[in-house]
Design a protein around this ligand. Structure first.
Ligand code: UN1
Length: 513
């Protein structure tokens, strides 16, 4: 695949540099040489010189410097910068999506959808730039005024995963930028070209914007876990937003907490759906299919667990079996493909291990699970989406397997279904299919789904950017993107102003009067 050179920074000798700010030239990275491969065919995409952990400190230093300037730029003007970014993203949507296809193996519709999330969050952030508001609060003291000011927080570290190589950074970066924060980004080492292109878009926007966007405002530090650890450990980074596995998030959170920094975690999901007898099965099967096999089951919001009422399970399973068995699997660059590759061999091994465990735990394979080798590019890891029926929710269902693997368990009693749904360590996304208004409200109510994202008659994946995105329990508790997530990227100052000539003390205290 020809790379869209015009949106990538120039190569540094024979490789790209993984240390790259918004100033015009990449600086030499001095870490190890990374050689990521495309999930499509296992071929190397491009050699990247990783940033050394010491270069993280350099990036943070530059970000601190940029912060002093950027925090004084009025928020709506910062919004104009993000608008410039959004315009460039629109112009380059297809090229950016091609990089996601190359590095993450997504089909174009989903890769372009991911870039559209970036456009959407730019628009959200531009509007937000005029709405970063605090409260005025009633004060107990005469001739006093009590107000909240929201101020920029400082450099924000963003650690993102391979499966959403642009959008997750964009949620954090676009909101962080309008809030007045510089961004230091450690992307997945699987997707460096996408990261380089995204940062190049920011650099181009900075050039259009003029000197108001300082060097150091947006920096990329590509590397392995040591680079992420250096970012998490740096006391000059008040907020670290990390997306990825639960063990990664636990490690990052502990390091950040030990220096009393803030972390914003978006970790594993093990998302479930309840299908009740009144469900509209025509839309349910479509929702299940997109949620379970879209992105080859490699979204944190992918559907993994289905709880189906016993009266409809037979027909639902038959319909899903027919669809799962006829899905076009293959090269994501072909327009007919709906299921692209898994990211690597390890993902396939993990899926096989889960299938074996499910079998040992009493599961029956309804369809799928085999490797596909015919009619797909050699060197890629292609697999048939699998559907497994289990008598009860067994231990394997408590784990997130990042692959197109759907477990089905029958239920009889609705309360039991909710109980089973909530009985896993993760709490990201959830859904119910029902036309029963009571069950729908029970599911979205306080004793219903315990997840951060709760859908009625929709699938678990594909959240809009306008809502706060994230989940509970092992998912980490963070909320990114829309609603009032912006507050995490700012600090709150409670300001009390005495405009009188007396000095009344709070709580009516008299002190030496
Ligand atoms: C992720 O998989 O890390 O809701 C993010 C969705 C997308 C984001 C997924 N908007 O599926």
């Amino acid at each position: 695949m020809k790379l869209p050179e015009h949106i990538l920074p120039p190569t540094d000798g024979d490789h790209y540099s993984g240390f790259w700010g918004i100033d015009p030239l990449p600086r030499g990275a001095s870490g190890e040489l990374l050689e990521p491969c495309s999930p499509i065919d296992g071929k190397p995409t491009c050699p990247i010189r990783a940033a050394a952990p010491s270069q993280v400190a350099e990036a943070v230093h530059a970000a601190e410097h940029a912060f002093r300037q950027w925090r004084m730029v009025p928020p709506p003007r910062r919004g104009e910068f993000v608008r410039e970014i959004g315009d460039l993203v629109r112009e380059n949507k297809k090229e950016l999506a091609k990089l996601i296809t190359l590095e993450a193996g997504k089909i174009p519709a989903e890769a372009e959808g991911e870039i559209q999330e970036w456009v959407d969050v730019c628009e959200f952030a531009v509007g937000l730039s005029r709405q970063l508001h605090g409260l005025t609060i009633a004060t107990e003291r005469p001739e006093h005024c009590l107000i909240e000011n929201w101020h920029p927080l400082g450099p924000v570290g963003v650690i993102s995963a391979f499966n959403f190589p642009a959008a997750v950074w964009a949620w954090n970066a676009m909101i962080g930028l309008v809030c007045g924060d510089p961004i230091i980004w450690k992307p997945s080492e699987q997707t460096p070209l996408t990261a380089l292109a995204c940062n190049q878009i920011v650099a181009l926007a900075a050039a259009r914007f003029g000197g108001e966007a300082p060097a150091g405002l947006s920096t990329l530090v590509i590397g392995k876990a040591d680079v992420g650890s250096a970012l998490a450990a740096d006391p000059r980074v008040p907020l670290v937003s990390a997306t990825g596995s639960v063990p990664m998030g636990r490690a990052v959170a502990q390091v950040v907490a030990s220096r009393l920094g803030r972390s914003l975690l978006e970790l594993g999901g093990n998302n479930g759906m309840i299908v009740t007898p009144s469900a509209d099965l025509d839309i349910a099967v479509r929702a299940i299919t997109f949620a379970a096999v879209g992105t080859c089951g490699q979204r944190c919001t992918s559907l993994r667990r289905l709880f189906v009422h016993k009266d409809i399970s037979g027909q639902l399973i038959e319909r899903l079996k027919t669809i799962y068995s006829s899905l076009p699997i293959g090269d994501p660059r072909e327009s007919s493909t709906l299921v692209g590759p898994l990211v690597n061999e390890r993902a396939f091994d993990t899926m096989q291990a889960s299938l074996a465990a499910a079998h040992d735990q009493g599961g029956t394979l309804i369809c799928g699970g085999d490797r596909v080798t015919e009619g797909v590019p050699a060197g890629g890891v292609y697999v048939e989406p699998a559907l497994v029926r289990l008598p009860v929710q067994t231990p394997v269902m408590h784990e997130e397997t990042f692959a197109p693997l759907t477990y089905i368990v029958e239920y009889e009693n609705f309360d039991d279904a909710i109980e089973m749904h909530n009985a896993v360590p993760q709490g990201l996304s959830s859904a119910i299919f029902t036309n029963d208004v009571r069950q729908a409200h029970q599911f979205i109510g306080p004793a219903g789904s315990d997840c951060g994202l709760v859908g009625v008659n929709i699938g678990t994946s594909g959240a809009e950017i306008g809502g706060a995105f994230g989940g509970e329990k092992d998912t980490g508790g963070g909320r990114e993107s829309g609603s009032d997530s912006w507050r995490q990227y700012m600090r709150r100052a409670t300001c009390t102003i005495n405009y009188g000539s007396e000095l009344p003390l709070a709580q009516g205290i008299k002190f030496g009067d």
